[in-house]
Design a protein around this ligand. Structure first.
Ligand code: PLP
Ligand code: COI
Length: 364
């Protein structure tokens, strides 16, 4: 491994100047090597210093609690290049807070807020050439990861932890981005999270639990799956990788589920603010499954998926007659005007084309 303590702040390079094996415009959402990743170790009751590494591998004890007991959590956020070449991270304060809540729930030591922000700054600076250039539609995806790296065999928290931030240039999670709505399926045979479980924090196990339903949905031809609440199966919760938003255009309402087992999405929080600014009434409350038919637009929102229009949601029955397909808007090929407007505005803020009135951007 090539670990070294992070260098003193060097002059910043230019976004979009790294050599990739593909064009910046053809990026998908997949792992891609960059210059470095950042690591911090927690040992003897304290967090150490930053280390930058060029090695994509980590040397972990086979008894690490993350591997056996899922003592692990992660975050996802993005850095954007503006037209003047400056680079800005979207709302890292919020990710710092959510990471802390994930750590608290799984008895991992919290990473101090300032240390998280400094780490973000350091890793983006070092990989600035990999930030997709302004105009490409891409972003540098930052994936902070924190896990128990110390060995235990009895069920108890580790005494050693590792924090890593890996980064990679990405584009849309769903190919086609805003231009083509995706078809959703209602997941009726599995639950994502229990009411008093860990659905409200971003722990690794939530995503392991979703692998099977997620892959089944995709195989059945539905790129996105929607979960219901575990206790009653009557309320909408969220998608595998994103929050649910329904638009009732006639009543100018932005409706999103409020639940103890839904991950509090930073994108959703931002869109709620923009929606209010657009004159919509925001309702964060229980959302009944039957209400699906009242929405003229449905979107999935999150860091990776940004704002993804959902054209339909199918509830498969035993037979064709029992199958219900909820469709949104006049045509499932077209993106609804409110979805488009919210997408355009959040993107404009992220790319520095609209004034950042709420102070959401953190400049590198
Ligand atoms: N819900 C789940 C289950 C997620 O994994 C994510 C992604 O982080 C989101 C919602 C969206 O959250 P955010 O907007 O903070 O990325
Ligand atoms: C993100 O949007 O950053 C996420 O973490 C979702 C991930 C499962 C792709």
């Amino acid at each position: 491994t090539q670990l070294h303590v992070a260098a003193e702040t060097k002059p910043l390079g230019k976004p979009g100047t790294a050599k990739l094996d593909t064009d910046w415009k053809d990026l998908g959402f997949e792992f891609r090597p960059t210059k470095s990743n950042l690591r911090i170790t927690y040992k003897n009751g304290e967090w150490g210093e930053f280390e930058m590494s060029e090695d994509p591998y980590i040397n972990v004890h086979m008894g690490a609690t993350a591997l056996h007991y899922g003592q692990a959590c992660f975050e996802g956020l993005k850095a954007f290049a503006h037209e003047d070449g400056s680079v800005h991270v979207f709302r890292p304060d919020e990710n710092a807070k959510r990471l802390q809540s994930s750590c608290e729930r799984t008895l991992m030591p919290v990473l101090p807020h300032d240390k998280f922000i400094e780490a973000i700054n350091e890793v983006v600076r070092d990989n600035i050439e990999y930030v997709p250039p302004y105009g490409s539609g891409g972003a540098l995806y930052l994936r902070p990861l924190l896990f128990g790296s110390g060995a235990r065999i009895g069920l108890q928290p580790a005494d050693e932890y590792t924090f890593i931030i890996m980064v990679m240039p990405v584009a849309d999670y769903y190919k086609g981005g805003l231009s083509s709505p995706v078809d959703g399926i209602l997941i009726t045979d599995f639950d994502r999270a229990a009411p008093r479980g860990v659905g409200n924090v971003k722990v690794a196990g939530n995503y392991a639990a979703d692998m099977l339903p997620n892959m089944r949905s995709k195989k059945a031809g539905f790129p996105i799956g929607l979960y219901l609440d575990a206790a009653t199966q009557s309320n909408i919760e969220e998608f595998s990788t994103s929050n649910f938003v329904g638009i009732d255009s006639e009543n100018k309402k932005y409706v999103t589920p409020k639940s103890s087992s839904v991950l509090p999405s930073i994108t959703n929080k931002s869109l709620m603010k923009i929606a209010e600014d657009e004159g919509l009434t925001v309702e964060a409350r229980d959302v009944l499954l039957e209400e699906l038919e009242t929405f003229d637009e449905v979107m999935a929102c999150g860091t990776a998926v940004v704002v993804t229009p959902v054209g339909s949601i199918t509830k498969l029955g035993e037979t064709d007659e029992d199958t219900v397909k909820y469709t949104f808007g006049e045509s499932q090929e077209e993106v609804g005007p409110i979805t488009r407007r919210l997408y355009d505005r959040v993107r404009a803020i992220q790319y520095g084309e609209e004034e950042d009135k709420n102070g959401w951007l953190y400049k590198i």
